[in-house]
Design a protein around this ligand. Structure first.
Ligand code: COI
Length: 357
């Protein structure tokens, strides 16, 4: 894939690291590639960051044929820039594309595009503790037609945003509302892919929970409102009596997103000889374990926040308090190990990091 580069003629000021927040600032350039039936993916280019010109009838606006990925570029202490497992994002994007009838994108092209854009934007990769360049690849259906049908044209884009902590509270343990009315995903649906629709349907529950003083909701399964699935936009882990549980996340089916951080956590835990159970875990059993003093640690995991410790789960009229409101030792160890590898402060024996420049 050849990428043409058109440089921006003026540069935006790069914000102070301490003011970044998450996803509020965008860099000077973006990557775009087009797809048309019969012509495949073509015209890969890096151009100045600018609003898109799309037909108002484009399918993305009406039938939500679109999806996204999320990954980060990290600046190491030596000043170099590296990615974390971008191959996993390339593969997952194609799982998503298949589910949404979007033509697949060669994984090498995805990786090439991410690296090329990050290299152009290297000055935007922040260096302060806990900051990174959040990379947002996404695909949109551009065909102007109101019939409900897979589009015959698409754009694949990548934008970048220098970011700090996802939650303002950082690693501060959060309080969660166990949602037993609304659901995020159902069997046969799209829970296992990264399409915007999954996030749109989550907003109402999150908004209500927030109004009641919670940071996020814990999603239960759609059929029985009994088994735990995800927390907010993250996967979730429970340490109960020494064992670690998380919902099963199938690459090609199911209701739970196969998170890259989730998968890395499971690999680390297995290396450390923890028993990890990927399966169905009932919310009732978790509340009981808390009562019995066996619910040791609970945390969410995702690219944006890395790890988000949970201090309290409220389910119907019962509360589970976890580790006296403190981040648990295993949660902390996982956070330190993952971020240590991501920022190049720890050795990377599994070859998870990919240098850019
Ligand atoms: C992530 O944790 O990377 C997510 O997917 C959250 C994102 C939607 C901001």
């Amino acid at each position: 894939m050849e990428i043409t580069i058109t440089r921006a003629t003026s540069q935006k000021p790069i914000p102070e690291s301490s003011t970044l927040g998450f996803g509020r600032y965008f860099t000077d350039h973006m990557f775009i590639m087009d797809y048309e039936e019969g012509n495949g993916w073509h015209n890969a280019r890096i151009v100045p960051y600018a609003p898109l010109m799309l037909d108002p009838a484009a399918a993305v606006f009406h039938y939500a044929q679109e999806c996204f990925e999320g990954l980060k570029a990290y600046r190491t202490d030596a000043g170099r820039v590296q990615l974390f497992r971008p191959d996993c994002n390339a593969r997952r994007l194609n799982c998503t594309h298949r589910r949404l009838c979007i033509p697949e994108l060669p994984e090498d092209d995805f990786l090439h595009a991410v690296k090329a854009l990050v290299e152009v934007e290297q000055a935007w990769v922040p260096g302060a503790e806990g900051t990174s360049l959040y990379i947002r690849p996404f695909t949109i259906a551009t065909m102007a037609r109101l019939g409900v049908h897979a589009s015959s044209s698409y754009q694949f884009l990548i934008i970048c945003s220098p970011s700090g902590a996802y939650y303002a509270a950082g690693l501060e343990p959060i309080k969660i509302y166990v949602e037993d009315t609304y659901v995020r995903a159902c069997p046969g649906g799209t829970g296992y892919i990264k399409c915007g629709g999954n996030y749109a349907v989550s907003l109402l529950a999150a908004q209500k929970a927030e109004a009641d003083g919670y940071s996020q909701v814990l999603w239960l399964d759609s059929q029985e409102r009994k088994y735990v699935e995800e927390v907010g936009a993250m996967n979730i882990f429970f340490k109960v009596d020494g064992k670690v549980y998380t919902a099963k996340a199938d690459d090609n089916d199911g209701t739970v997103l196969p998170g890259v951080t989730r998968r890395s956590i499971i690999e680390l835990l297995k290396d450390w000889d923890y028993e990890v159970i990927e399966g169905r875990l009932a919310i009732g059993d978790i509340m009981q374990a808390a009562e019995d003093g066996l619910l040791e640690e609970v945390f969410g995991s995702g690219t944006a926040a890395v790890i988000s410790p949970i201090k309290q789960l409220d389910y119907r009229n019962q509360s589970a308090f976890i580790n006296q409101g403190q981040i648990g030792p295993l949660t902390q160890k996982l956070y330190d190990t993952l971020t240590g590898i991501q920022w190049g402060r720890l050795p990377d024996p599994k070859g998870w990091t990919v240098p850019v420049c």
